[in-house]
Design a protein around this ligand. Structure first.
Ligand code: NDP
Ligand code: MG
Length: 389
């Protein structure tokens, strides 16, 4: 099998390459944003057919390096080239590990070309769920979840083919501030310290605000065609039960594993089979050593962001796209020290409430809503700074 990996230099991307190497899977395409040194290193070791960088300057530097090293890889640049590469017919599966709505075009292009899509980029399902599902059905291209909770739900479904789903129990670690009532004065370096997972910056902040769970509620709605009111969030600090499904007979099936993304990545790469070996570097889960597992309801007063997914789904239309784009911009503003942590969820809510309730019929409409939400948040942050500096 040959795969294409978009977002190959990030946390999920590098773990995907590790799993691919472990399983002897070839890599046909590598693509990322601007980290030339890392991409060049990956190209030198994996020698893919194509490599792409979103950033023009980075792309030119990559071309120089590849030429100087005499590597056979062809470098293409820019957004259009990137989404064209997602349909490359020399690849059997596309892994989308790009962060944010920048991954949307890659997802749609892969599905439209009939490629199975191993999806870590949850933002594409959040922003354009109906378009993604439509493309997946029209071109018979499966969306294979990489997000650990969704991989868990998916695996629970394998064992109960065709049975009705009563409820999805989406587990959440609770993030680094679980148990706190006052979130004022939080600095980016505090919010980036996740207790159980080691992830990219944006998702680490999403996890701290619990907006990650809101995005995942929407992701689950589209992946499993389940109404929002059947998706329940439950806090599980040990991150061992990755989610569970209650079927119509009341039976609950859960999936467990160490908190290690290489496991769900491997499940998506090996589907429709299961790997005959463990994921690289991941030890054996020892329940006796884990000791106890605990569960609690989320604290929605302290973490209002956790409710945004259900609310965006009730509002319909472009609300999820606006909420997700507003969140991306607000997270970037928080990481740059421009706004307090506690402002993020409110900005998402405002952008969502200003969004259109009509269903998007094209990628362009989604991208327009995305831009509008970002510029709304940017201007709100500018006014906040001018009042507080
Ligand atoms: P990282 O920030 O670690 O990596 C992001 C990747 O996206 C990098 O390779 C980056 O390239 C690339 N990228 C950024 N902008 C562009 C662009 N415009 N075009 C092409 N590539 C781009 O993020 P993560 O790996 O943590 O997350 C990736 C996705 O997976 C997110 O959607 C996240 O929510 C999801 N996810 C992550 C989990 C985790 O454990 N990390 C768990 C579950 C889901 P460069 O480095 O060159 O800038
Ligand atoms: Mg997750």
């Amino acid at each position: 099998m040959r795969i294409s990996v978009f977002g190959s230099t990030g946390s999920i991307g590098t773990q995907t390459l590790e799993v691919a190497r472990h399983l002897g899977i070839e890599v046909a395409v590598l693509a990322a944003g601007s980290n030339v040194d890392k991409l060049a290193e990956q190209v030198a070791s994996l020698r893919p057919r194509f490599a792409a960088m979103y950033d023009r300057e980075a792309s030119s530097r990559l071309k120089e390096i590849i030429l100087a090293e005499g590597l056979p890889t062809r470098v293409v640049d820019g957004r259009r080239a990137m989404s064209e590469l997602a349909s490359y017919d020399g690849s059997d599966k596309v892994v989308n590990a790009v962060v944010g709505s920048a991954g949307l075009a890659v997802s749609l292009s892969a599905l439209n070309a009939g490629k199975p899509l191993a999806l870590a980029n949850k933002e594409s399902l959040v922003a354009a769920g109906s378009l993604m599902v439509e493309a997946s059905k029209a071109h018979n291209a499966a969306i294979l979840p990489v997000d650990s909770e969704h991989s868990a739900i998916w695996q629970c479904m394998w064992s109960s083919a065709g049975a009705g789903v009563e409820e999805i129990m989406l587990t959440a670690s609770g993030g680094p501030f679980r148990g706190r009532k006052d979130l004022s004065g939080i600095r980016p370096e505090d919010a980036l310290k996740h207790p159980t997972w080691d992830m990219g910056k944006k998702i680490s902040i999403d996890s701290a605000t619990m907006i990650n769970k809101a995005l995942e509620v929407i992701e689950a709605r589209w992946l499993f065609d389940v109404d929002a009111d059947r998706i329940k969030v439950v806090v599980h600090p040990q991150s061992i039960v990755h989610s569970a499904v209650m079927f119509t007979d009341g039976s609950v099936i859960a999936q467990m594993g160490a908190p290690d993304m290489r496991l769900p990545i491997m499940a998506a790469l090996c589907y429709p089979g299961r790997s005959s070996v463990h994921a690289p570097g991941s030890g054996k889960l020892d329940l006796a050593q884990v000791g106890s597992l605990s569960f609690e309801r989320p604290d929605t007063d302290t973490f209002p962001g956790v409710t945004l997914g259900h609310r965006a789904l009730r509002r319909k239309g472009l609300a999820p796209a606006a909420m997700s784009a507003a969140n991306e911009e607000a997270v970037a503003q928080f990481l740059s020290g421009n706004i307090p942590f506690t402002m993020i969820a409110g900005l998402c809510e405002e952008a969502m409430e200003a969004s259109s309730e009509s269903e998007p019929s094209s990628l362009e409409e989604v991208l327009e809503a995305d831009l509008k939400a970002r510029s709304y948040v940017e201007s709100r942050c500018r006014s906040w700074r001018s009042c507080h500096s």
